[in-house]
Write a protein that binds this ligand. Structure first.
Ligand code: C5P
Length: 398
C-alpha cells in the first residue's frame, strides 16, 4: 500500500532524529517516494546526507535553497504529498504547528498541505507533560492530525518516562492506517481472532498448540489498512499489536468465546484465524501438580465451537488446518459451522501453516466455489481473504 505513495517526512531537532533514518529507509523499501524536510536543528543531530542516501531523493533543509527543486515553489511538496509525517516532532514544532506558523520549510509544508498529517512526538517527559504541550497536541488532534506515541522508556536525559519516539513499526502502522482510511472496508467493523488458546492444567502448565498468530495479525493489519475498525481478539503470541486496532487479550477458549460474543452485536465480519483448543482439562489443579513415579492422567472435556455457535448476521470466515483430505474436510466444516468462507490449508506442507511467514491456502465459499491460491506471504493471503470479505459485505448492502 506504500508503493508509489509520496511521503513527506519532516525531521525535527531531537535526539530521536537518528531513528527517523530507519523510518525513511523502511518507507523507501516499501516503495514510497520519501522526501525529507529537515529543520535547522535536526541537521545538528543527523546529516542530510544520511537521508539523501537512504531515500535517493533530495533533502530540503533551507526555505530559500535555490539548488533545491522544491524551494522555488515552497508548496510543491505539500501538494505532492499523500501523507506528511513529522517524526520526531519536538515540543517546538508541535507549538509552531498548533499556532499555524510558517517560518521554515516544514511548517510551510504542513500549513499548505491538504494531505493527512501524522506526528510522532518525542521529548523529555516534563516537556511532554507540560500543559502547554498537551494543549497544543489537543489542538492538532482537533484539526485531524494523527498523533502516534510517545512511548515510555529510557530517555536521553538519563531518566525513564514518557517521551520516547514511538517504535518505527508503530509509526509505519499509523501511516498505513491513515493512507487506507477510505479503503473498501471503511465503516466496517472486522473482528479477527488470532493465536493458540491456552487451557490451564495447573497454575504453571497449560495445553496449547503451535499457532504463532501471524495469520491473524496479518489479517488485522490488512483490514485496518483498508479502513476497517478492527478488534483483534488474541491469545498470547510474540507479536506486536497492530497500531490502531482494538486489542483484546484472552487466554482460554472460553475467554475467547466471551470476547467474540461481546462484540457480536457490533460485528460486520468475524474472521476466526485463532487455533482454538478443542479440549481442555476438566478441572485445573489449584496447586502445581507434583512430580511422582505414577503415570499422570489428565481428563479432558470438549470445548464448544465458537464460530459454529455465535449468533449474528455478520460474515463468518473460518480456517481449517488439515493434514489430509483438505478440501473435503474443510467443506464439511464450512457447512457444519454455517460459514460464508473457509480458508483451508495443508499443515503438512513445508512453508505453510503454523509459524511460517508464508501460507498456501484454498478459499472455499458456501456456494461451492474453490479458489486455490499459490504460496503467498501471510500478508498477501490476508489481502486475498479480505477481497472476498469486502465483496460479501458489498453484496449484502446492494
Ligand atoms: O473444527 P476446527 O477446529 O478444525 O475448526 C477450525 C475453525 O473453527 C477455526 O476458524 C477456529 O478458529 C474455529 N474454532 C472455533 N471454536 C472452537 C474451535 C475452532 O471457533 N472451539
Amino acid at each position: 500500500m506504500l508503493s508509489n505513495k509520496t511521503i513527506v517526512l519532516g525531521v525535527t531537532g531531537g535526539i530521536a532524529a537518528y531513528k527517523a533514518a530507519e523510518l525513511a529507509s523502511q518507507l523507501t523499501q516499501a516503495g514510497a517516494a520519501v522526501s525529507v524536510i529537515m529543520t535547522r536543528e535536526a541537521v545538528q543531530f543527523v546529516s542530510p546526507v544520511t537521508f539523501r542516501a537512504l531515500t535517493g531523493r533530495p533533502v530540503v533543509t533551507e526555505m530559500f535553497d535555490l539548488a533545491s527543486e522544491f524551494s522555488i515553489e515552497h508548496v510543491s511538496l505539500a501538494r505532492a504529498a499523500d501523507v506528511v509525517v513529522v517524526a520526531p516532532a519536538t515540543a517546538n514544532i508541535i507549538a509552531k504547528l498548533a499556532a499555524g506558523m510558517a517560518d521554515d520549510m516544514l511548517c510551510c509544508t504542513v500549513l499548505a498541505t491538504k494531505a493527512p498529517v501524522v506526528i510522532a512526538p518525542a521529548m523529555e517527559t516534563n516537556m511532554y507533560e507540560n500543559q502547554v504541550t498537551q494543549d497544543n497536541l489537543s489542538e492538532l488532534k482537533s484539526r485531524d492530525f494523527v498523533v502516534i506515541g510517545p512511548a515510555a522508556g529510557w530517555l536521553a536525559s538519563g531518566r525513564e518516562g514518557l517521551g520516547r519516539l514511538a517504535d518505527v513499526s508503530d509509526i509505519l502502522g499509523s501511516i498505513r492506517r491513515v493512507l487506507g482510511r477510505d479503503g473498501d472496508l471503511a465503516g466496517k467493523h472486522i473482528v479477527v481472532t488470532a493465536g493458540g488458546t491456552r487451557e490451564p492444567v495447573d497454575p504453571v502448565r497449560y495445553i496449547s498448540n503451535r499457532s504463532s498468530g501471524k495469520m491473524g495479525y496479518a489479517l488485522a493489519e490488512a483490514a485496518r489498512d483498508r479502513g476497517a475498525k478492527v478488534s483483534l481478539i488474541t491469545a498470547p503470541v510474540c507479536l506486536n499489536a497492530p497500531v490502531g486496532a482494538e486489542v483484546i487479550r484472552v487466554g482460554t477458549a472460553l475467554e475467547m468465546r466471551q470476547a467474540v460474543e461481546n462484540l457480536a452485536p457490533r460485528t460486520d465480519a468475524l474472521v476466526m484465524a485463532a487455533a482454538v483448543a478443542d479440549y481442555r482439562p476438566r478441572s485445573a489443579a489449584g496447586q502445581k501438580i507434583k512430580k511422582g513415579d505414577a503415570p499422570l492422567t489428565l481428563e479432558l472435556e470438549g470445548i464448544p465451537d465458537i464460530l459454529g455457535t455465535v449468533k449474528g448476521e455478520f460474515v463468518k470466515v473460518g480456517f481449517a488446518a488439515e493434514s489430509s483430505n483438505v478440501i473435503e474436510n474443510a467443506t464439511d466444516k464450512l457447512k457444519q459451522k454455517g460459514l460464508d468462507l473457509i480458508v483451508a490449508n495443508d499443515i503438512t506442507a513445508s512453508d505453510s501453516g503454523f509459524g511460517t511467514d508464508t501460507n498456501q491456502v484454498t478459499i472455499i465459499d458456501k456456494d461451492g466455489g474453490v479458489d486455490s491460491l499459490p504460496l503467498l506471504t501471510k500478508h498477501e493471503v490476508a489481502e486475498r481473504i479480505l477481497d472476498r470479505v469486502a465483496q460479501l459485505l458489498a453484496a449484502r448492502e446492494s
